[in-house]
Design a protein around this ligand. Sequence first.
Ligand code: UT7
Length: 315
Amino acid sequence: MVTGCGAYLPERIVTNDELARRIDTSDEWISKRTGIRQRHIAADGELTSDLALAASRRALEKAGCDGGDIDIIVLATATPDNTFPATATKVQAALGMTGGAAFDIQAVCTGFIYALAMADNMIRLGQANRALVIGAEVFSRILDWEDRGTCVLFGDGAGAVVLEATEGGERGILSTHLFSDGRNYNSLFVDGGPGSTGTAGYLRMAGKEVYRHAVVRMAESVDRALEANGLSHHDLDWLVPHQANLRIIESTGRKLELPMEKVIVTVDRQANTSAATIPLALAEACDDGRIAKGQLVAMTAMGGGFTWGSALVRW
Ligand code: UT7
């Protein structure tokens, strides 16, 4: 069961107009094609672990517990502080958690769904009682700021949820479905970076191809989740989709026959924060009372790999 959600966005907001003063783009192009109006950008020296820690503290506070009560941290990120150790271990130490285990998961924009699945499965197996699941990214550090086709699309941020074992199983994660297809490795990737290439790298994307897959895969994976639970889209109270492009979000909503009033949207103010978009959206919609106890919430994402997947949750 999800018992607390927290979010953190860096203080600095960069508007489309500000970008248009630096590169050949315009507020009109960005808002019309993507729905994005602004993004938050981390300060110099502000790292993924700092964002993750701030979001985690808020989630723990909402759940009424502290680091010592957590036995597993799963942090989804494609922008870890260092190649190793896992950024999750830095968060673990900062939260004063000395037992249990903390590790990172890498599934880019689908990372939060993967992390949630991992934590949920560990709880189901009795390997953990209370998990902290985080999505945290500083994509601003891996963007080619000369490439207008990508740099306008992303932002920095972090979101976290506390997941607890429950008796009975009426509320909580009903199912998770994970998919990947490595044949699309080169359609959305960083051309270097920490690891075996030994070079620094920047994000590269075949935008149209990613778009085409996103509109199909996100709706498809929600359908799979509903089917597996004997439910239909009529039963859904909320769709919390990965936030990459408002047109992708609207198309996913249409495919699932959901009115936009049932779809949580943050992309206009936060742009694409990769693994952080879903927990950021959850935190916002829980804080303002839209997502409430007993409701049925579907989350879905698609990203580099390609990876995609869904989670169905009875709140
Ligand atoms: O999290 C998962 C990862 N990301 C996504 O899901 C993103 C998926 N893809 C998309 O959202 C869209 O493909 C984009 C928003 C990236 C691009 O939209 P599009 O409608 O596919 O545009 P395009 O790439 O076909 O470009 C159309 C035109 C091109 O000019 P020409 O060749 O028609 O003269 C681009 O050079 O728009 C131009 N363009 C821009 N113009 C102004 C591309 N980026 C910009 C820009 N400002 N920032």
